[in-house]
Ligand binder design. Structure first.
Ligand code: SF4
Length: 403
């Protein structure tokens, strides 16, 4: 039997990487072919890859790393999907299953306001009422037809009653719902995760996750682009995808951004293993894999904000700065990371010190990035007023509380 290796021989890999690095041109986005070579680069080429990515970040946003000071609002943790890596989701009746009341939403938002937060991140399961009669009953009691109607009302509530700006992450959306949520939030998000539909196969990460079909997710992200909604997306590293899949996922995002110019942020998020998940025995991506993925993301998307969550790479999270990120994402001084509750966010003072030790200053941004503010502030209404009041002259957050 002949065994065909999918990994090129070592010498071939070295030569391919050396050629790819030698051919890089500052500010010119790399091709798929080059990205595939670089994401496979041997360890001895890693310092050069990182230096190139860090230089690209400096051309884009020199001297600064940003973060968004937020409260995390898990509006409901009921979800109709069963992703193999998720500890957030619950079925009705499970310990910890919960849908927040409007009073709870407002109490958390107000507490965050006092701590200088400017973002209300709404994270929730995807359309749980389609699967669970209990959620339909909860929504009926609250007075809403669907989870999305309830989310829209809670975004409105936070916008009206506090200085926080909502950023919803509700899963797949129709064009109509994108428009409705864009009227009450300056930006929104949906992780593409991966373009590899094979992860929906039996036993894979997206087995029994009907909302994780890549084509459906691309459709929602494209609809947001058609409406010019500042949009956050990204990829998951280490859920069963190949190195080429990581490149192809980034290329799919790049293609949409080239068409509509609205991708405000790409998150490069690493899988972390947890005891109670179906993927409890899966290996986590290595530090080297994360650094290569971030660096390749930076070189594929030289003028797009690249973010990686520091709590998922602790204690070595500051290495991500060397790979070309320019943002730490949402950090809360109040609420835990409900998606990864066992991985606390670093204290903001620690984050500032470690960012400064890398040669950058840390600045607080709004949920919508400065270069996308005008997509919202040029429209009349409360959202635009609140956003203008929250922004400083650079489009970052008005500082009310010292880091
Ligand atoms: S990752 Fe999101 S869609 Fe998947 S099970 Fe968890 S909450 Fe549901």
């Amino acid at each position: 039997m002949t065994v065909t290796s999918i990994t090129p021989p070592v010498s071939e890999n070295h030569a391919a990487c050396a050629t790819a690095l030698a051919g890089l041109r500052p500010g010119v986005p790399i091709s798929r072919e080059v990205a595939v070579k670089l994401i496979r680069c041997p360890d001895e080429f890693l310092p050069e890859l990182l230096a190139t990515a860090r230089a690209a970040k400096e051309r884009f946003k020199p001297g600064v790393i940003t973060y968004s000071r937020k409260v995390f609002l898990p509006l409901t943790n009921l979800c109709r999907d069963y992703c193999g890596y998720c500890t957030f989701r619950r079925d009705p009746g499970d310990p910890g299953a919960h849908t927040m009341t409007p009073d709870e939403v407002l109490a958390v938002a107000r507490a965050g306001e006092k701590l200088g937060c400017t973002e209300a991140l709404f994270s929730l399961g995807d359309k749980p009422e389609l699967l669970f009669p209990e959620m339909r009953e909860t929504l009926r009691r609250l007075g809403y037809k669907s989870t999305l109607h309830y989310l829209e009302a809670m975004c409105q509530l936070v916008l009206r009653e506090t200085s926080l700006l909502p950023h919803p992450n509700p899963g797949l959306l129709s064009a109509e719902w994108i428009a409705r949520l864009a009227a009450v939030s300056p930006s929104m998000g949906l992780m593409l995760e991966t373009t590899n539909a094979a992860l929906l196969a039996r036993g894979a990460a997206h087995d029994n996750a009907p909302d994780k079909f890549p084509a459906k997710r691309l459709h929602t992200i494209e609809d947001a682009g058609k409406q010019n909604v500042p949009f956050t997306t990204g990829l998951l590293i280490g859920i069963g995808e190949t190195l080429e899949d990581r490149v192809d996922t980034l290329l799919a995002i790049r293609d949409l951004h080239e068409r509509f110019g609205y991708i405000q942020e790409v998150i490069v998020q690493n899988f972390r293993v947890k005891p109670a998940i179906p993927m409890a025995q899966w290996p986590e991506p290595t530090r080297g894999e994360m650094l290569r993925a971030v660096a390749v993301a930076r070189l594929l998307l030289p003028n797009v904000n690249i973010q990686a969550p520091p709590n998922l790479s602790a204690p070595y999270y500051d290495d991500l700065v060397d790979a070309g990120i320019n943002d730490w994402g949402g950090i809360s001084p109040l609420t835990p990371d409900f998606i990864n509750p066992e991985k606390p966010w670093p204290h903001l003072e620690q984050l500032r010190l470690r960012t400064e030790a890398k040669g950058f200053s840390l600045r607080q941004r709004l949920p919508v990035y400065p270069e996308f503010l005008s997509a919202v502030t040029t429209k009349p209404g409360l959202l635009s007023e609140k956003l203008r009041a929250a922004a400083d002259d650079f489009g970052l957050a008005q500082i009310r509380t010292a880091v």
